[in-house]
Design a protein around this ligand. Structure first.
Ligand code: ADP
Length: 401
């Protein structure tokens, strides 16, 4: 059974076709710069066929047509007929409090996604466009939405409410929603399998460390806390995002530099974090290389990241009342040996001990880097949001039965 997974962004459309039974990725593609100059399409199949060309995408509809053409083409195709696609799973950024689980696309669901536009002004409209264009071009194929926020909807109010006047929660929906939910769900479920336990009774801290980074505390398989907030700007400092700061800094800088809300938003989202501190790069590989050459601010950026991460891990262990396993995932978590080691240094008193040889030799694949006898297991689990979306789509529609 073949499932199409789509991530429709404001100027891009990413897709994968996944074979459910084997979990194999049959093709993966990207249409970028939709509606901008020189739109580009790339498409790769599991038998090594690769296509890359400048295309004339004016709209998402053009991109979806191109995707269908590519998937069914003689040379680059992976299906003969669109009917072979049994369902489409769409990634949607923000489900607000409306969505606690995946949902099959209906008019009501689309309306609810529209109500969440305020929370994901850049992503949600683009996500909905992707859904509507697929409905138009591929009518009859069931479509499912998977929300980045849904996994975190199990957080209790004490974890999700900000200490602002309560009316802002009631009237404006200001609260912590959390993101990367599909990733935290996927890796925590995989970790529970590696522990050989049922979800009930398990305590796991998941560390999704990439360009964007977030942590989640997962109890009994359910999220009880996470670091991102109303938006993905909160939590640990990231590639270019500042993460948690004293909120009074915002009006202070706005007044001092005479900035409007969009300008300060841009500074906090695009010019801060690892890039802002180092002045060198947002990329952890660049930071490691320049720190090694003696760049003190690159080293400082890395130190801030590992120090803040350590504090978050320890605080989540306190929130959970213990921990069975930590999971590292995403670009940095899966590959950056030094960041992992630094972040966990000093947590031995909590039962977290890693084997440095195992850590140094494990990159980008599933494994356990904890020392023999460590009370807490430390797993590396590559995230696979597309596979998770495909599996959740099949489950919701009952297609596997
Ligand atoms: P995104 O949040 O955009 O999905 P990724 O999960 O792809 O990001 O992570 C990108 C980050 O992972 C970059 O900062 C990159 O430097 C880092 N990264 C990727 N591979 C390595 C590696 N081998 N060593 C250190 N960092 C790495």
């Amino acid at each position: 059974m073949k499932i199409l997974v789509i991530n429709s962004g404001s100027s891009s459309l990413k897709y994968q076709v996944i074979a459910y039974e084997t979990r194999e990725v049959l093709c993966v593609g990207l249409c970028e710069r939709i509606g901008i100059d020189e739109p580009l399409m790339s498409h790769k199949t599991n038998n090594g066929k690769e296509y890359k060309a400048v295309r004339d995408f004016k709209t998402h509809k053009d991109a979806v047509f191109a995707m269908v053409e590519m998937m069914t083409s003689k040379e680059y195709g992976i299906i003969d007929d669109l009917n072979e696609i049994k369902a489409i799973g769409h990634r949607v950024l923000h489900g607000g409090e409306e969505f606690t689980a995946p949902a099959q696309v209906t008019d009501e669901v689309k309306q609810a996604i529209r109500r969440c536009f305020a929370w994901g002004p850049l992503h949600n409209p683009a996500n909905l466009t992707g859904i509507e264009v697929c409905e138009e071009i591929m009518p009859g194929i069931p479509q499912v939405t998977i929300f980045d926020t849904a996994f975190h909807q199990t957080m209790p109010a004490k974890a999700f409410l900000y200490a602002l006047p309560y009316k802002y929660y009631e009237d404006l929906g200001i609260r912590r929603y959390g993101f990367h939910g599909t990733s935290h769900m996927y890796v925590s479920q995989e970790a529970i399998k590696l522990l050989g336990k049922e979800p009930e009774g398990t305590k796991i801290v998941t560390c999704h460390l990439g360009n964007g980074s977030s942590f989640a505390a997962v109890k009994d398989g359910k999220c009880v806390d996470t670091t991102m907030g109303l938006t993905p700007l909160a939590g640990i400092p990231m590639g270019t995002r500042c993460g948690d700061i004293d909120p009074a800094i915002v009006p202070y800088i706005m007044k001092a530099e005479n900035l409007d809300p969009d300008q300060i938003d841009h500074i906090m989202n695009k010019e801060s974090g690892m890039l802002g501190i180092s002045g060198v790069s947002s990329d952890f590989r660049d930071l490691a290389a320049t720190a090694k050459e003696g760049n003190e601010r690159s080293q400082l950026a890395l130190d801030i990241f590992t120090y803040q991460g350590k504090k978050i891990i320890a605080s989540y262990i306190a929130a959970l009342g213990g921990v069975d396993a930590l999971v590292f995932t995403a670009g940095v978590g899966e590959n950056d040996v030094n960041t992992r080691a630094e972040m966990l240094k000093g947590l031995e008193f909590m039962g977290i001990e890693i084997d440095h040889d195992k850590n140094a030799n494990l990159r980008g694949k599933v494994g356990d880097i904890s020392k023999e006898g460590s009370k807490v297991r430390v797993f590396i689990i590559p995230t696979n949001e597309e596979l998770s979306i495909a599996l959740q789509t099949v489950e919701l529609l009952g297609l596997a039965d």
